[in-house]
Design a binder for this molecule. Structure first.
Ligand code: ADP
Length: 478
């Protein structure tokens, strides 16, 4: 049993006085009205107090321990239970207080868990979120915001900083002030220059009620870089496509006017002009065909083709199509296919178009008297851009042309990107061939790499996943 401290002792003494007062009043009355001896009355008063003290110390000391236990529990939820001397009421009170403490601890843990899971939800969101208080100071932020603004990638380090030290854009700060002062929601856009330029949309919204932690508004950021890039590319694409079509169309219209006017009766000019018009019309047809192919492939890019395709057969029939063209340029085309290459999961028509475009370019840009080598192997290497694991088919198309300067390599698969536009047009190119190849290869979950050396030629390599990866792995192992 713990000894009462001085505060408890004083409290117990004070408790003794109250119940003694009626007895002392009776003794005082007897002294005044019944001539009770004062000494006897004083002795009686002391005896009453002493008996009361015994009673209070034995009974009420338990309640004093309960009071101390309740006070301690507020500060320390693990405060030990007091030992009681035997009062049944005090024991009931102790059970009730202990149950209350348990309930309170559970509720507190549940609230803390809720707050933690709220933070987990915010951290799981891919977009940066920042909570600010009435003075525009950051209360908390999610992991995405930490990664975006803090070098150490910790959201906690943002807490306590002014929003202005994190996002310096005046439009965002204005929107934050508007949300905090006038409780108005606002959206704006800003650019972060480093490490790589990114454009963000920012939504700043006041919270309906200021939270217990002081959060007054939320700043939600969403990365718009990709969308803006796509919009720009789409606009550029339309402008490029119109320009590509307008040039041959203008030529055809010009010749028609000439044939209707000055060269009306000139049979020789008519022959010559009709020939040029045919070439221009063919160029427009090729361009429209390529544009249609591209949009068709883009539409289907998300559904992976699954039919098993014999790549060797597709390559051989493509080479046959180019026999005459290769002969005209005195180009030899050789095919080397490793034994036992497995089929790929693909679309035979689209794969035909891949080899058609690559072989066409190799012959076109390989120059006269060129050499084109096509090699098909089963490769254990997969380029980083390719998903999955295990062996895959590797098709190299190597030419002996002039080669491509390094700086052009990363952009070759962009639509209408050409190293020498005039040469490409003169050779019948549309500038879309490699873009089509890239989209088809992407749809097949494959990859394409380009390697080139000035003066030696270029190698376009296509990697394609096999139709049955298990069988391919066994063949690669043997
Ligand atoms: P194009 O219709 O102009 O050939 P592509 O998309 O097929 O369009 O090719 C884009 C550009 O890449 C070409 O204009 C050419 O400059 C370059 N190129 C493609 N293949 C080769 C190659 N085998 N050798 C050299 N340059 C090539």
């Amino acid at each position: 049993m713990s000894a009462p401290d001085s505060a408890s002792f004083r409290r117990l003494i004070a408790w003794c006085f109250g119940p003694c007062i009626p007895a002392w009043a009776v003794l005082a009355g007897l002294v005044v009205f019944a001539d009770l001896d004062r000494t006897a009355a004083a002795a009686g008063g002391v005896i009453v107090f002493a008996m009361m003290a015994v009673l209070v110390f034995s009974r009420l000391a338990d309640f004093d321990r309960l009071i101390r236990y309740a006070e301690e529990s507020l500060l320390n939820p693990d405060a030990p239970l007091p030992e009681l001397s035997g009062s049944a009421t005090a024991r009931r009170l102790l059970t009730a207080i202990a149950a209350l403490r348990k309930l309170w601890t559970e509720r507190r843990e549940a609230a803390a868990g809720l707050a933690r899971s709220g933070q987990d939800v915010l951290d799981a969101l891919p977009d940066p979120l920042i909570l600010i208080d009435r003075r525009r100071r950051i209360i908390s932020a999610n992991t995405a915001a930490g990664e975006l603004f803090d070098m150490d990638r910790t959201a906690q380090r943002l807490a306590g900083r002014d929003l202005a030290s994190v996002i310096r854009d005046p439009k965002v700060l204005e929107a934050a002030d508007l949300a905090l002062q006038q409780r108005r929601k606002g959206t704006t856009q800003f650019t972060l220059p480093s490490p790589v330029e990114h454009t963000f949309g920012a939504l700043v919204a006041p919270l309906p009620a200021i939270n217990a932690d002081g959060t007054a508004a939320i700043v939600a950021l969403y990365d718009q870089t990709e969308r803006l890039k796509t919009d720009r590319m789409r606009a550029d694409f339309v402008a490029n496509a119109s320009h590509e079509l307008r040039t041959p169309l203008a030529a055809v219209l010009g010749f028609i006017e000439t044939l209707q006017g000055p060269a009306k009766d000139d049979a020789e000019a008519r022959e010559q002009f009709l020939d040029i018009m045919l070439k221009q019309a063919n160029r427009m047809t090729r361009l429209i065909d390529d544009l249609l192919s591209l949009s068709r492939i883009e539409l289907r890019e998300h559904t992976r083709p699954t039919e098993p395709v014999d790549v060797e057969a597709v390559i051989r029939s493509t080479v046959e199509l180019f026999e005459r063209q290769a002969e005209e340029r005195r180009t030899t085309v050789t095919i080397t296919i490793a034994p036992d290459v497995p089929a790929v999961a693909g679309d035979v028509g689209e794969l035909g178009q891949v080899f058609h475009n690559l072989l066409g370019n190799a012959i076109k840009y390989g120059g006269d008297d060129g050499k084109v080598e096509i090699t098909v192997t089963l490769s254990n290497y997969r380029p980083p851009a390719m998903q999955g694991r295990g062996p895959c088919l590797r098709i190299d198309i190597k030419d002996s042309g002039e080669g491509i300067p390094r700086e052009h390599l990363p952009r070759l698969t962009e639509r209408f990107y050409r190293i020498d536009t005039a040469r490409s047009r003169q050779l019948g190119g549309t500038g879309l061939g490699l873009a089509i190849v890239k989209h088809i290869v992407n749809r097949h979950r494959g990859a394409m790499t380009i390697d080139s050396e000035i003066g030696k030629g270029s190698v376009f390599t296509v990697f394609l996943p096999p139709a049955s990866p298990g069988a391919a792995a066994m063949r690669a192992a043997s």
